[in-house]
Design a protein around this ligand. Structure first.
Ligand code: KIV
Ligand code: ZN
Length: 524
């Protein structure tokens, strides 16, 4: 058994949080983010004080390369890394993309399960081992932070992983990750795998062990916690648990489990928990997906007590039914914020509390829009302000811009929309009739943009209550095999619908411009 060297179980007094919202999270269908959105999320991750940001997969496309590069240049405290396969091009692109980071890193992976070797990689075990060692050696010549992952570790042969990791650690890997790629593991078994392997890999005590779980059986958080109980000191996770298929380990759940049950785990993360709720809201705004009301920690009902007995208990003493305080995770005690008499200073102050970086937005414009909203709505909530600011930054630098929209509908004539749009800076007009006002408006937009994608999803949500609420529309459009989301927020629902479609068309335009390299079956 190899147990020499420093053992992170006893020397590391915190669990490192590795956030992969911008990489694995973005792989959720419809969660694509543009560069500006990724930078905004990265800034919030820095406020959260996560230890590592996986900013993307630099070799997968020019757009991903650019996102990793921009995130690397933006944040200062966290380690910023890019994912890479064990190929020369991948490793070199990843190293290049993080060049500007204060704390750069690289994350190299290759599958180790027989099923992946046989059907996906068409390689034998020896070839996989050689390829892994080659890539880690190449990266560690240029970088001190080199993470290596055995993809599909939870379905791989444990003794084969021991023999491979022995070489990979000797080649210079500083973090070893054993992912439950398919969400197949059960907590006791997943934890035991770490102990088995850590006890057999020479130098295991000098590297940090990492868990990366998927939620296919709803066990991602439980598996991650079991890994911590078996010596793991890094958890890979995403805000709101977004990610491939059923998602990844939810950052807020794992962080709060460690904090709330410190009596049991004896160890915590360094996350600034009051930034959790702002992070969750920001992500919802960016990708246009709400979290379910019963989602632990950040759902609308997570701290709501409905039953009479519970309410009575909480009124007598909060500890009767509350294991965490909403303030601990940054849920504002009073979500009702500003009104028409609020000044610019109070507005900027509130933006800061909501996790919005005032330096990164046009504050004058946002304040003017806020004032306009106050004239339309009696009360303006935090979520209204977040929607308004996100809508503003969403539209910046767009190829297609909405200049004007008017719609009419009556019992005697079909709904009709007239639209004025700037296309690449040039003003164009169009009109169309349709089955409803949104349908008419969408037809007019398609005419002006010269494309007619398939509308796969269209959903409307009132951001806050009341008929004067800001409406948020999210849509998903498919064109030429590419699927992109769009979001729009406005107090007029037809306007919000138009903004959402135009947002999707802008994403489509830049996705087509980037002409991404196809990853085929070997992508993560
Ligand atoms: O789930 C997985 O195995 C991954 C790896 C690329 C780390 O995302
Ligand atoms: Zn994953």
């Amino acid at each position: 058994m190899a147990t020499e060297g420093i053992d992170p179980v006893t020397t590391s007094d915190y669990v490192r949080i590795f956030d992969t919202t911008l990489r694995d999270g973005e792989q959720s269908p419809g969660a694509t983010m543009n560069v500006a959105e990724k930078v905004a999320i990265a800034r919030q991750l820095e406020r959260l004080n996560v230890d590592v940001i996986e900013a993307g997969f630099a070799a997968s496309s020019d757009g991903d390369f650019e996102s990793v590069r921009r995130v690397a240049e933006t944040v200062t405290t966290p380690i910023v890394l890019s994912l890479a396969r064990t190929r020369e091009l991948d490793v070199d692109r990843a190293l290049k993309a993080v060049e500007g980071a204060r704390n750069p890193g690289i994350h190299i992976f290759i599958a180790t399960s027989d099923i992946h070797l046989k059907y996906k990689l068409l390689m034998n075990r020896e070839e996989v081992l050689t390829s892994a060692v080659w890539a880690v050696e190449r990266a560690s010549k240029h970088m001190s932070h080199v993470e290596f992952s055995c993809e599909d570790a939870s379905r791989s042969d444990w003794d084969y992983m021991v023999s491979l990791l022995r070489e990979v650690v000797a080649a210079g890997a500083t973090v070893i990750n054993l992912p439950d790629t398919t969400g197949h593991a059960i907590p006791e078994e997943y934890g035991r795998m770490f102990t088995y392997i850590r006890e057999r890999v020479p130098g295991a005590g000098k590297v940090r062990w990492s868990a990366h779980c998927h939620n296919d059986l709803g066990l991602a958080v439980a598996n991650s916690l079991a890994a911590i109980q078996n010596g793991v000191r890094q958890i890979e996770c995403t805000i709101n648990g977004i990610g491939e298929r059923a998602g990844n380990t939810s950052m807020e759940e794992v962080v709060m489990a460690l904090r709330t049950r410190k009596d049991l785990f004896g160890i915590e993360s360094r996350v600034e928990t009051r930034q959790i709720y702002p992070a969750s809201r920001l992500l919802c705004q960016v990708i246009g997906w709400p979290v379910p009301p019963n989602k632990p920690i950040v759902g609308d009902n997570a701290f709501a007590h409905e039953a009479g007995i519970h309410q009575d208990g909480v009124l007598k003493h909060k500890l009767t039914y509350e294991i965490m305080k909403p303030e601990e995770v940054g849920i504002p005690s009073n979500k009702l914020v500003l009104g028409k008499h609020s000044g610019r200073h109070a507005f900027v102050d509130r933006l800061g509390q909501l996790g919005v970086d005032a330096a990164a937005i046009d504050v004058n414009k946002a304040f003017a829009e806020f004032k306009a909203l106050c004239d339309k709505k009696k009360v303006v909530y935090d979520d209204d302000i977040l929607a308004l600011v996100t809508e503003e930054s969403r539209r910046r630098g767009d190829f297609y811009e909405l200049a004007d929209l008017s719609v009419s509908s009556s019992n005697s004539s079909p709904p009709r929309a007239e639209i004025v749009m700037r296309v690449g800076g040039e003003e164009r007009r169009s009109a169309a009739t349709g089955d409803g006002m949104v349908d008419a408006c969408y037809k007019a937009i398609y005419q002006l943009a010269g494309v007619h994608p398939v509308l796969e999803r269209y959903a409307v949500k009132a951001i806050t209550g009341g008929t004067d609420a800001l409406g948020e529309v999210s849509c998903l459009v498919r064109h030429n095999g590419m699927t992109v989301p769009g979001q729009g927020a406005h107090s007029d629902i037809v306007m919000a619908s138009a903004l959402a479609l135009i947002n999707a068309l802008n994403r489509l335009k830049s996705a087509l411009r980037r002409n991404p390299e196809q990853l085929g079956e070997e992508g993560p």
